[in-house]
Design a protein around this ligand. Structure first.
Ligand SMILES: CC(C)(COP(=O)(O)OP(=O)(O)OC[C@H]1O[C@@H](n2cnc3c(N)ncnc32)[C@H](O)[C@@H]1OP(=O)(O)O)[C@@H](O)C(=O)NCCC(=O)NCCS
Length: 371
């Protein structure tokens, strides 16, 4: 199981992480604060990876940029937990290396694991704990919605051979559901045939109520056109679900940039960039962060698939918030007949620094209809 957040990847620990683990876990400010002993050698770290850190739902916390382990987070369910919980409850524990403190990375990881615990594992309540004086950890739990429950006075903590008071915090699922933004509760997954009908009603209402230029019928036609064409990329067509209902839809398709404003290109085989279009959020859920959460995940998938850029045409006030820039900055231009008159509405994004350098070209929309 791999969990992705905006900045992190949570993935299983492996032997190759031993050096990285030792680098952070040899620091006595890290382990003991969470009830773990200081690691004594790389070999000791490797042993801990093979035993303790190989438990289910135990993840290496890694920055996306290099996938190197910088911390750990785990969910212990039911009797496996230190608190001896019922089967439908779990306890989250975590730590992160000192150089990474203060960047909100652990709250990001805790939120992601909380989401998995409630939505994917079906747990009813989560618990966390911090030891006396650990103000940072207390703050992490407050930020993630956990509320103080009780103190376990004078716990004899066997692993570090110390007597401590553990403060226990709690987050029931219904409290979590009513406190987090819908964008933190959505599940984004590839679309299937079974979704098509719901997608049509979503798109119609989204564009009718969310824009002043379309009643949605042309957009539904565009989606169908793309799905039937060689430009469709099934892995990059997504729906977002909230409490079992589809609240968002978006797709990226192959988009051959033309060398001249008159058009002309080599078809789907000629694509190193993708077009993001259309994007729809349910009319009852606009401005709740769902659109940006969807696009961020989509961008990560596009990067994984190795495309060098993404083109989009639309509301720059929205797309700029997720990192799109005016495409003319990259030598990519609209042509006449272009639906939107404001130049900032034609945007693009590099998938890695410099990936669109010297790419250039024209966005000519004749491709779907000639496919
Ligand atoms: C455009 C759309 C996809 C955005 O999705 P969303 O879930 O409403 O957007 P988010 O809540 O993630 O917005 C993130 C930020 O983008 C900006 N933004 C979003 N919609 C905006 C709008 N209509 N006007 C100005 N800024 C906007 C805001 O800065 C917003 O943050 P804020 O709400 O904290 O101020 C959605 O409104 C929609 O489906 N509209 C109808 C169809 C459509 O226009 N599709 C896009 C065609 S290009």
């Amino acid at each position: 199981m791999i969990i992705q957040t905006e900045r992190l990847i949570l993935r299983p620990w492996c032997d190759a992480d031993a050096e990285s683990l030792y680098e952070y876990a040899k620091d006595d400010r890290v382990g003991p604060a969470a009830g773990w002993p200081v690691h004594t050698s790389v070999e000791n770290s490797r042993e801990i990876i093979r035993t303790v850190l190989s438990e289910p739902e135990t993840y290496a916390v890694c920055l996306k940029e290099d996938n190197k382990a910088i911390g750990s987070i785990g969910l212990m369910v039911g009797k496996q937990s230190n608190l001896g919980l019922p089967d439908d409850e779990g306890e989250i524990g975590y730590w992160i290396g000192v150089p990474f403190w203060g960047r909100g990375l652990i709250p990001e990881a805790v939120r992601a694991l909380t989401r998995r615990a409630f939505l994917e594992l079906g747990l009813s309540t989560l618990w966390c704990g911090y030891f006396d004086g650990n103000e940072k950890s207390k703050r992490v739990q407050e930020k993630c919605g956990f509320v103080y429950h009780h103190a376990n006075r004078d716990i004899y903590w066997k692993l570090i051979d110390r007597v401590l008071t553990e403060h226990v915090t709690r987050l029931p699922r219904d409290v979590w559901e009513s406190s987090v933004r819908p964008s933190d509760r959505i599940t984004i997954r590839p679309e299937t045939h079974g979704d098509y009908k719901d997608v049509v009603s979503l798109v119609l209402r989204s564009f009718r109520e969310g824009t002043d230029y379309s009643d949605g019928t042309d957009i539904v036609a565009l989606i169908e056109e793309i799905r039937d064409s060689e430009y469709y990329i099934p892995e990059l067509a997504f729906v977002a679900e909230l409490d079992g209902e589809i609240v968002g839809h978006f797709l990226f398709s192959h988009f051959p940039l033309s060398r001249t404003p008159e058009g002309g290109h080599g078809g789907a085989a000629d694509t190193d960039v993708v077009m993001l279009a259309p994007v729809s959020v349910h009319a009852d859920h606009l401005r709740q962060g769902i659109g940006s959460a969807m696009i961020r995940l989509g961008i990560a998938k596009v990067k994984e698939m190795g495309f060098r850029g993404i083109i989009v045409e639309g509301n720059f006030r929205f797309y700029n918030t997720v990192g799109f820039r005016t495409s003319s900055e990259y030598g990519i231009f609209p042509v006449s007949g272009y639906p939107m008159t404001e130049p900032r509405c034609q945007m693009c994004m590099e998938t890695f620094p410099g990936s669109l350098k010297d790419r250039g070209g024209y966005v000519v929309y004749d491709m779907y209809y000639n496919a």
